[in-house]
Ligand binder design. Structure first.
Ligand code: V47
Ligand code: SF4
Length: 358
């Protein structure tokens, strides 16, 4: 264990095996201290947040991931799909707010043509010329490529030409093929997910990355997933932030128990220590709950996501946090935890401060 501490304190990289030893044998206080020291070396007492709006344009989905409580089949009660006009309306409702990012993802609705996706981006771009559009997971990109016969690069290029600025990190789940077979058999493989993100980075589109944890996976599954992300990042540098997403156990057929607060903090600390080349680590309060997210800032996280307003995916699965937070509440929550709130944009440039990526 001492050798691992020495590596970390010297700014070195730890292997999957070393991270596994830490995760399984290191006490939570030491782990938290190491995570906190690593985040303080980079960001001091800053905790970043973003003024964002989430928009889930449809919950109709051809897939049936076992952990998902959000998706519906066409015609089911509660199934919905926004028209482009509905989307314009939702953007206009908040036109007076200084939002800097819109986060757009949806189900794989077989009735939506390729043009819908491009029109959606173009409409948001027209309504809010200055806002960053972070939209469509690699799963959606792969689905559109499959439907049209286009390459991943062509789909991403079309999206970029329509006004897309970045890709969110969803759809990664856990890369282990064995687990994917149990969790989300219809979903694209981990290799395809990684290939699409690497392609996006090559086209100048930054992306985020995630891991869905706290269900039926082991620590080794988590770390092998993170190692695959770390390898891509070594080649491209295109991931902005890593987001460990806590499985929400409600209303979904997987019926796994879900994780607890200490496991969440261990996950945050290990993420900070292992993912040494992804600069930011998000405490996603909408899934973890606000209080655990405050604690996560003390264990290695530096980002608090944002205002959200209409989070639907985690809340369909029983998340008990609010679906959105005001700026005042976000800033107060970060201050209460002992950190200095700093507004950032999608690219992690400080808003209102120096326009320099952090
Ligand atoms: O990929 C579905 C997850 C993800 C459940 O990039 C569930 O900034 C927990 O990726 N319990 C979408 N998670 C959310 C996501 C995200 C969120 C916030 C910010 C960003 C970003 C990305 O939601 C899916 C899936 O892993 N999900 N069901 C559930 N029961
Ligand atoms: Fe569809 Fe995404 Fe839910 Fe899977 S997680 S069923 S792809 S909406």
């Amino acid at each position: 264990m001492q050798k691992i501490f020495d590596t970390l304190l010297g700014g070195g990289r730890i292997s999957v095996e070393e991270a596994l030893t830490l995760a399984e044998s290191c006490d939570i206080h030491t782990l938290g201290e190491l995570g906190k020291a690593a985040r303080e070396r980079r960001f001091g007492d800053k905790a970043f947040w973003v003024y964002n709006q989430h928009l889930n344009f449809t919950n109709v989905c051809a897939n049936a991931c076992r952990f998902c409580a959000f998706s519906k089949r066409a015609g089911d009660e509660g199934a919905y799909t926004y028209s482009i006009d509905d989307i314009r309306q939702r953007i206009r409702e908040r036109a007076h707010e200084p939002i800097t990012e819109i986060h757009i993802v949806g189900g794989l609705n077989p009735d939506l043509p390729y043009s819908y996706y491009m029109d959606l981006i173009a409409a948001v771009r027209e309504e809010r010329p200055d806002i960053a559009i972070k939209a469509f997971t690699a799963v959606e990109v792969a689905y559109l490529a499959g439907q049209t016969g286009k390459s991943y690069a062509d789909v991403l290029t079309d999206m970029k030409s329509s006004g897309l600025n970045a890709l969110p990190g969803g759809g990664a789940e856990v890369f282990s093929p064995k687990l994917r077979q149990k969790l989300c058999p219809e979903k694209v493989s981990g290799d395809v997910w990684l290939e699409i993100h690497e392609t996006a980075h090559g086209l100048g589109l930054p992306t985020n990355c995630t891991l869905l944890f706290g269900h039926i996976e082991s620590w080794r599954d988590r770390l092998e997933h993170m190692a695959a992300l770390r390898d891509v990042q070594d080649r491209t540098g295109g991931f902005k932030v890593f987001i460990p997403l806590q499985y929400q156990p409600g209303n979904n057929p997987l019926e796994a128990e879900g994780t607890d607060g200490v496991d969440y903090l261990r996950m945050i600390a290990i993420s900070r220590l292992f993912m040494d080349n992804v600069p930011h680590l998000k405490a996603y309060w909408a899934f973890s709950g606000i209080k655990p997210a405050q604690m996560a800032l003390h264990a290695g996280a530096d980002d608090f996501d944002g205002t959200l307003v209409e989070e639907k995916v985690g809340h369909a699965a029983g998340a008990s946090s609010p679906t959105g937070m005001t700026v005042a509440k976000l800033e107060e929550t970060i201050r209460q935890a002992g950190f200095t709130p700093v507004e950032r944009n999608t690219f992690f440039e400080e808003v209102g401060g120096p326009t320099q990526a952090v």
